[in-house]
Design a protein around this ligand. Sequence first.
Ligand SMILES: Nc1ncnc2c1ncn2[C@@H]1O[C@H](COP(=O)(O)OP(=O)(O)OP(=O)(O)O)[C@@H](O)[C@H]1O
Length: 549
Amino acid sequence: MTLASLRRGYQVVRTLLHYGLDELLPPKLTPWYFKVLRLCLFWIRNRHQDKCGGERLKLALQQLGPVYIKFGQMLSTRRDLLSDNWAEQLTMLQDRVPPFDTALARAAIESELGTPIESLFDDFDDVPLASASIAQVHTARLKSNGAEVVLKVLRPGVEQQIAADLQLMLQVAARIEALLGHGNRLRPVEVVQDYEHTILGELNLKLEAMNAVRLRNNFLNSDALYIPLVYEELCHQRLMVMERIDGIPVADIAALKAQGTNFKLLAERGVELFFTQVFRDNFFHADMHPGNIFVSREHPDNPFYIGLDCGIMGSLSEEDKRYLAENFLAFFNRDYHRIAQLYVESGWVSADTDILAFEQAVKLVCEPMFNKPLNEISFGHVLLELFRTARRFDIVVQPQLVLLEKTLLYIEGLGRQLYPELDLWQTAKPFLEKWMTQQTGPKAMFKKLQSAAPYWSDKLPELPELVYDNLRLGRKLLGSQQQMLDRYLKHQQKAHKSNYLLITSAVFLICGTILFDREVTLVPALGCLAAGALLWLIGWRSRPKNRKF
Ligand SMILES: Nc1ncnc2c1ncn2[C@@H]1O[C@H](COP(=O)(O)OP(=O)(O)OP(=O)(O)O)[C@@H](O)[C@H]1O
């Protein structure tokens, strides 16, 4: 471990202990060695005893920086696992992190634009509209067309903070991997590397702007999702300029109720959006905490979502996508045998897994969830059970699916808040069935042929030459194979002959040795020995020498 990582590790432990988070752990989760370790760090005391648990956790995560704030944001969406007070405290991490100095924000914006703010914008508001894990947002008006916009600017020093945490995480993961053995299926290093790739991408606002443009284009005519217009020419590595939206934060249930929002439709559209992004576009928003999702104020009876912060986007390989869709469908059809088969086929569990036992285990966990609305399903419980099952069956962790699993958890948390009576199965199943038929039906085949047509029209003129070359190569190969076969047969014949002679020589030598004992048989004995020696010599000399054919 490097000195910097040790220092950061100590900083993390010190912050957690300063906020007395160790005291919040249930006794069941504090083994004796944990208590001994705590005693060893006797000089770090809880300095915030007057505050409640939720606030202490929020403050600790806030102080530790972006990586930890993101963890808090995720936790805040799991109201089924947290008390109201804890959830409310953690919700503040979505857009109410203490802002940084506006003078620094102004300097950063002007350095990115290469010109004073006032030359491009009017009414720049020095009081930030919001402030979250990696950036701060200020409102302004574009001089060129008078449009209301927001300027999102990265926090100063955020890159260094994240790099220090990533280094520590990587080193801890490497230690865990060394302890577990490199073949271990948890693959902690790969998981951290994947996370590193994701979060570093979020630190480039130019990339975020490109993601936003792509997502906006995917849903341009959609009645379910709106992505604000991005002013690409004004976007840079540390600055993004986009249309200011005016929606109701999705977590503000009271305001949504007050305007008479159709919650059922909104929740169904959420599920539809998830599947459309993953399966139709293979480009999904992977940071869907409520701070990034708003609901339209217009037409509350026909509401749509407004999505922000496209810093973390996910996509899957075609293979993973197909396995996943089949898995979902098998799950909706309660076909546990198919689920077990799919896990083996995709290599997510090893090929020697006992399929029947695995099928039973999955059934045991999933069956109680069926035909129940969201409010009667404890996903937290199901997830824990699935983890336990995974450990028993040595499931290989798939880092490329971690983002998707996180998104699923967000969506489920959101659905629970919006419309707990939502029938997840009935909403999702028809969508997936339609998608699968589109993938496998004659139309899909025609589409695939159509998309491959330019490739084949390009390659077709080369075909006769390729056929001729291959035929020639084939004939050459056939000739050399024949030669090889001949050589092999000769080799075998020689080996047989030599073995035969050696065995016969051994028989003569044994007979000669037995006869040698008596005087009357001395002459035949010597003859046998001589014949044996001669045969051995011939057999030895005639053995095949070259082992290559
Ligand atoms: N176009 C916009 N119009 C209005 N408000 C916006 C806009 N963009 C961002 N905001 C506000 O700023 C907040 C923070 O923005 P954003 O989520 O993009 O920052 P972030 O630091 O990347 O957040 P996160 O912690 O989720 O990564 C949002 O929750 C929202 O309240």
